[in-house]
Design a protein around this ligand. Structure first.
Ligand code: NAD
Length: 367
C-alpha cells in the first residue's frame, strides 16, 4: 500500500492516524476538501479486519461528504473518521475522550458527529474534550434527532421528482411504496399521507407496520414484494443497494426517491439503467441531506425552524439535477456530482470570501 498514492488518488488534503495506548484507540481522520468550509462528517466505529480496509472506507466516505455538502449549498467541506473496534465491545468514555482530544488538535479543520456504530452519548463524551463535534442532544444545546429534517428534505425531493414524472406538484392519489418505517420513514409517511398519497408500506418490524397502517390507512406488503408493487414512486428508507440487477426488472415505479444511503448497488451501471428506463431517481446523498443540514445549523446556534426551511430547498436542488440530467442525457447521480464540483471550483476561485473558515468556526464554537 503506497499511502501517498492512495491519498492523492481522490485528491484528499490530509489523512491523520491516531493511536492512544491507554484507551486502545486507533482512529483515522480523512479530510477530503475544505474549499467550502471545515470538513464535517461522522465518526464510524467498526471492527475493520485491517488498517487498509479502514483507510479505504474513510477515504471513500470523506469524499462523499464533500459532494453532499457542496450540492446542498452548505459552507462545509468533506471529512470522516473511523475508529477501529467493535462498537458492541470496545466503547467507553476513555476511548471517546481520547478521540475528542485528537479532534481538538485538528483545530476546526475537522468536525465530527455520530455515524454507524457511534451514538449521541458517545459524542457527548467527545464533547468533553472538544467543541468540534455536532449532532449532540438538544439538552446540551445540540440539534438532537435529525430525522424530522431528513424526512422533510426527502419529501420535498420526492415532490420534485414526481412533478417531473407526472407533470403535477400534487401527490394526491399518487401511489408511494415506502420501505422502512423507522425514524425517517415514519415522518415521511406522515407528510405523504397529509398530502393524500396512497401508501404501500413494508418493514421487518411488525409493530412499525401496524402503527402506520392504523394511523395513516397504509396497505402493508411482505418482504421483497415491495419491489414489484404497482406503485408510482418507490421511497427506500431502510437499506442500501436495493437498486440492483434483481430488483430493477421488477420495478413498475416511475420515480425512486427515498432517504436510504447508497441505494445503487453499482453506481454507474444501475444509475445508467434507471436513466434508460426513464425512472426519475433522486440521488440518495442529495435527497437525504436534511441530516447534514440539521447538524450544520448547530454550528450557527441551532434553530429547528431554520433547519427545516433549508431542508425544503432540496426541492429546487433535485429539480436542477433532473434538468441537467435531461439536458445532457446523463444519470442524475452524475449530474449532481457535476453540480457539486462546479460549486467547489467556483467558490475555490473566490476562496477569501467563504464564511466558514476554520478560524471563524473555531471562535464561534469556543465562545
Ligand atoms: P432506522 O433504523 O430508524 O429505520 C430503518 C427501518 O428500516 C427500521 O424500522 C427497520 O426495521 C427497517 N428495516 C431494516 N431492514 C429492513 C428490510 N430488509 N426491509 C424493510 N425494512 C427494514 O433508520 P433511519 O434513521 O430511519 O434511516 C433510514 C435510512 O436513511 C438509512 O439508510 C439511513 O442511513 C438513511 N439516513 C438517515 C438519516 C437520518 O436523519 N436519520 C439521514 C441520512 C440518511
Amino acid at each position: 500500500m503506497n499511502l501517498f498514492e492512495l491519498i492523492e488518488e481522490r485528491n484528499h488534503e490530509e489523512v491523520v492516524f491516531f493511536s492512544d495506548r491507554e484507551s486502545g484507540l486507533r482512529a483515522i481522520v480523512a479530510i477530503h476538501d475544505t474549499t467550502l468550509g471545515p470538513a464535517l462528517g461522522g465518526c464510524r466505529m467498526y471492527p475493520y479486519s485491517s488498517t487498509e480496509e479502514a483507510l479505504q472506507d474513510v477515504l471513500r466516505l470523506s469524499r462523499g461528504m464533500t459532494y453532499k455538502a457542496a450540492v446542498a449549498g452548505l459552507n462545509l467541506g468533506g471529512g470522516k473518521s473511523v475508529i477501529i473496534g467493535d462498537p458492541k465491545k470496545h466503547k467507553n468514555e476513555i476511548l471517546f475522550r481520547a478521540f475528542g482530544r485528537f479532534v481538538q488538535g485538528l483545530g476546526a479543520r475537522y468536525i465530527t458527529a455520530e455515524d454507524v456504530g457511534t451514538s449521541v452519548m458517545d459524542m457527548e463524551w467527545v464533547r468533553m474534550e472538544t467543541r468540534y463535534v455536532t449532532g449532540i442532544s438538544r439538552a446540551l444545546g445540540g440539534s438532537g434527532d435529525p430525522s424530522p429534517v431528513t424526512a422533510l428534505g426527502t419529501y420535498r425531493g420526492l415532490k420534485a421528482c414526481a412533478e417531473k414524472a407526472f407533470g403535477t406538484q400534487s401527490l394526491k392519489g399518487v401511489r408511494v411504496a415506502v420501505q422502512g418505517l423507522g425514524h425517517v420513514g415514519y415522518y415521511l409517511v406522515r407528510h405523504l399521507h397529509d398530502e393524500g398519497a396512497k401508501l404501500i408500506v413494508n418493514d421487518v418490524d411488525p409493530e412499525r407496520v401496524k402503527r402506520v397502517v392504523n394511523e395513516f390507512g397504509a396497505e402493508a406488503v411482505d418482504g421483497d414484494k415491495i419491489y414489484s408493487v404497482d406503485a408510482d414512486v418507490f421511497a427506500p428508507c431502510a437499506l442500501g443497494a436495493i437498486v440492483n440487477d434483481k430488483t430493477i426488472p421488477q420495478f413498475k415505479f416511475k420515480v425512486i426517491a427515498g432517504a436510504a444511503n447508497n441505494q445503487l448497488a453499482e453506481e454507474d451501471k444501475h444509475g445508467q439503467q434507471l436513466l434508460e428506463r426513464k425512472i426519475v431517481y433522486a440521488p440518495d446523498y442529495v435527497i437525504n441531506a436534511g441530516g447534514l443540514i440539521n447538524v450544520y445549523n448547530e454550528l450557527e446556534g441551532y434553530n429547528q425552524e431554520k433547519a427545516l426551511s433549508q431542508a425544503k430547498s432540496i426541492y429546487d436542488i433535485v429539480k436542477n439535477i433532473i434538468d441537467l440530467s435531461e439536458k445532457e442525457n446523463i444519470p442524475t447521480h452524475v449530474a449532481s456530482n457535476k453540480l457539486a464540483e462546479e460549486r467547489i471550483n467556483n467558490v475555490g476561485r473566490i476562496k477569501h470570501t467563504y464564511v466558514n473558515k476554520p478560524e471563524t468556526v473555531m471562535r464561534r464554537l469556543e465562545n
